[in-house]
Design a binder for this molecule. Sequence first.
Ligand SMILES: *Cc1c(COP(=O)(O)O)cnc(C)c1O
Length: 221
Amino acid sequence: MSISDNLKAFKMELDPIGVTLVAVSKTKPEELIREAYDAGQRDFGENIVQEMVAKQPLLPADIRWHMVGHLQTNKVKYIAPFVHLIHSVDSLKLLKEINKQALKNERVIDCLFQVHIADEDTKFGFSHEELVEVLRSEEFGQLKNVRIRGLMGIATHTDNQNHVKEDFYELATLFKGIKQVYFRRSADFKELSMGMTQDYKLAIEQGSTMVRIGSAIFGGR
Ligand SMILES: *Cc1c(COP(=O)(O)O)cnc(C)c1O
């Protein structure tokens, strides 16, 4: 199967249900991204700032670049001029820096809060309590150059389908609760970024609006 065949299959599966496909192109060269672009794909995800910054100027300007990996505060400035959506906001300190760099670039940057749902300690993200604390804080209310579009999560890496399903259920439940309580009057908060190659079907069953797929499009890494 070629990249274009893979994308066609995803499009047929996802378009009718309104789920956005983010093609995760990390480690893949410019030529393969261009192949996906020529097949009509516009949303691409990267997890390392240097890699995204290196690829962005080589590729068409209408690509929407998604930062899906852990983002260090001191690197925000490099992607602030062009990034489309930051999926991995995991601290108020990081969000404040994104706000600052967005202001410098005279724009508003769309962000998702990453929530820790997996069992492993290694995955980044807010706990439920930490997230609520940020949402209630006065500082958060003052950030005018970031727009919170929803939540992101990574499920536990396991073959146990029930476990993965529970992780996604947990995030979807939190998403609904946060939306009702903190974003009741906002149409912006509507994205739930969950699901990768191995688990995207379960994620969609639990209400994902955005899946981040790498290997199933570009092949293994
Ligand atoms: C690499 C990566 C993906 C895509 O993973 P695949 O298993 O190749 O689909 C999705 N989300 C994040 C955060 C990633 O780092």
